[in-house]
Design a protein. Structure first.
Ligand SMILES: [Zn+2]
Length: 624
């Protein structure tokens, strides 16, 4: 049997004209982390990143590497990167262990992986993705602090990677781990796409930021066939004739062990504390629908691991199934390179599916079932024919095994979002403006505000957050044009008002609110007695506002290329999920009266990434 050949080796630089026109360029990065070795050389990978003329730093149009160490107050200088892959030092391409101390290489590794992740998101979503803050360039500090940690911070508008002394005495740099760089970049991108997902809301939403960042990071590692091949070959001798694996080695449990667990084993043990154990858990957690209801798995990080395990086990099942099915009847040995390539292709498709899913997720109060329906729908729109890998079926099955079902109860069992309600009115909106203008989208929502249509609630403030025209390309060149619009509703209610709209908040919370409300009511009565010309003390209004937790709702509208709504995904600002959210926040101690949600925002960030020094800032929530 002929083993399919790899890409031809890169032998010459592109000519100036070729380079100027090429949309992408190649850069060498560490395939996973410096601990993953073959013949004592670090396994490297050549990845495609958007081409641009970099200034020293490197500084590009979306990313600015600032090699400043805030702990030691040292600036390591602006790095000048090689102009093309053939000009890179041989030590980089060969994966010489000494590149672990080459800060210029560190700068390239970090820059390239951040840009690759951004490009992956922009390709999947079919549009530019701005950062969550105003500036165009994300600041990235590859050696930003002496700490076994890395984090994304909207306040510093960037990513900070730490370094520390490893057990072996060598310095460990988090910026050299593929999954850590992609993980932090994914936090930044998800925050830009769904600004309310960092808020405390439900156990699932708290877990989602972490789980999603892990999933994109792990699938990004597996999308490199170099890594997959290395894992499959394992310890066996690497003479070309022996590069086959057996049928038994392709069974799901065996693949899980060699690929998922194998990678976890090879990663530097020092980094375990930084990245948690999502990879190890994704291989070792036995699927069980009851886990999600245990106290242990209500803690955000553990719950995030359930999400990771569901996606990664679905990945392994799809891959195993396809690889075995692609062989001839009775075939006993399969070429490793082809199996690795299949695995990398499936990982890539799944990463795209999950990134696209974000556009189809409700803007607030996400649960895993919503995320799953969003992924299934996003994938179906661009890749209606799923017979090749059956990715949607494998995702549904693996989530079900962990007790998570699609939020959509469509009768056909596909788990896709339902069609929009019939009777939507389009007569007064202008289609061209609907593709780009918030006011036009708001008009559409306003015109359709009835409960049986878009269900815009009286008594809540409504704001259209974003309107994005997108062009998505499927694997077969199939093009889908859509407009994605997000809006949200916010309300602050007194206990009586909550009761009126049917929200059941925890009793102790209501009591604490009730006292404020009583004081407020007293003030208002006294005010009335004294006549109209005495102004009410404004402090009371502030006091009651400060003591109520805002309720959020909102929706996503997906318009097709003719301006008709294809999907409408909503979370009612006075709906059932509010009860669960308030109960969760109360239980977690996040609903203390008198605390504003900006405080909640900071609490969440710091628990996730130990951002101790962060000053709480006013979030959007405070401006309405
Ligand atoms: Zn994280």
């Amino acid at each position: 049997m002929k083993v399919p050949s790899a890409d031809p080796p890169i032998t010459r630089a592109l000519s100036k004209e070729e380079a100027a026109r090429a949309p992408m360029r190649k850069m060498t990065v560490i395939a996973q982390d410096p601990g993953v070795r073959r013949d004592n050389k670090i396994v490297m990978s050549t990845i495609d990143v958007p081409a641009e003329d970099l200034r020293n730093g490197p500084m590009g149009y979306r990313v600015q590497v600032v090699d400043f160490d805030a702990t030691r107050r040292v600036f390591h200088g602006s790095h000048h990167l090689p102009a093309s892959v053939v000009k890179e030092p041989k030590s980089w391409r060969d994966g010489e262990p000494r590149i672990q101390r080459d800060f210029r290489f560190h700068a390239q590794n970090t820059y390239a992986l951040v840009m690759k992740t951004l490009a992956r998101f922009e390709f999947a979503l079919g549009r530019r993705v701005p950062w969550s803050f105003r500036t165009h360039q994300l600041k990235v500090a590859p050696h930003g602090m002496a700490d076994a940690n890395a984090f994304y911070s909207p306040e510093v508008e960037g990513l900070v990677f730490g370094y520390f002394d490893g057990a072996s005495g060598e310095k460990v740099f988090t910026c050299l781990s593929h999954d850590i760089v992609v993980h932090e970049t994914t936090h930044a991108l998800l925050d830009a796409l769904r600004e309310r997902f960092m808020d405390p809301s439900t156990a699932d939403q708290a877990a989602f930021h972490e789980g999603f960042a892990d999933v994109v990071a792990l699938l990004s590692v597996f999308a490199q066939s170099e890594v997959v091949e290395h894992l499959l070959v394992g310890k066996r001798r690497q003479r070309a004739k022996e590069l086959f694996i057996t049928r038994r080695e392709l069974e799901p449990q065996a693949l899980e062990k060699s690929a998922l667990f194998g990678l976890a084993e090879q990663m530097g043990a020092e980094l375990e504390g930084v990245r948690g154990q999502p990879l190890r858990q994704s291989a070792t957690l036995t699927a069980n629908p009851k886990l999600k209801d245990t106290d242990e798995f209500k803690e955000p990080h553990r719950r995030g691991e359930l999400f990771v395990a569901a996606v990664m086990q679905g990945f392994i099942n799809a891959w195993s199934h396809y690889a075995l099915g692609a062989g001839l009847r009775g075939q006993k040995r399969f070429p490793v390179r082809r199996v690795a390539q299949d695995g990398a292709d499936i990982a890539d498709l799944l990463a795209t599916m999950w990134i696209r899913a974000v556009d189809y997720m409700p803007p607030v109060h996400l649960e895993f079932g919503d995320a799953l329906s969003a992924a299934l729908t996003a994938d179906f729109e661009v890749r209606p024919d799923d017979r090749r890998y059956e990715l949607r079926k494998h995702m549904r099955d693996s989530f079900e095994a962990f007790g998570f079902r699609p939020a959509s109860d469509r009768p056909d069992g596909t788990g896709l979002w339902r069609q929009p309600p019939p009777g939507l009115k389009y007569d007064r909106v202008r289609f061209e403006s609907l593709k780009t203008e918030k006011d036009e989208v708001f008009r559409f929502i306003w015109d359709n505000r009835e409960p049986e249509l878009l269900n815009l609630r009286d008594g809540a403030y409504t704001e259209v957050l974003s309107v994005q025209p997108v062009t998505r390309v499927g694997v077969d060149g199939f093009v889908v044009r859509e407009t994605v619009a997000q809006y949200y509703q916010v309300a602050r209610l007194t206990p009586d008002e909550m009761r009126d709209v049917g929200i059941q908040a925890p009793r102790e919370y209501l009591r604490s609110l009730g006292e404020t409300a009583k004081a407020f009511a007293k003030g208002a009565v006294a005010d009335g007695d004294e006549g109209e010309d005495t102004p009410a003390p404004p402090a009371d209004v502030d006091a009651i506002e400060a003591k109520t937790t805002p309720l959020y709702g909102g929706g996503v509208l997906i318009f097709d290329e003719y301006g008709r709504v294809k999907y409408f995904v909503e979370n009612d600002v006075f709906g059932r999920k509010q009860n669960a959210r308030l109960a969760y926040l109360w239980k977690e101690g996040l609903l203390e009266p008198g605390e504003k949600s900006a405080r909640l925002h900071a609490t969440r960030l710091s628990t996730l990434h130990r951002l101790r020094a962060l000053r709480p800032v006013t979030s959007r929530a405070q401006r309405w």
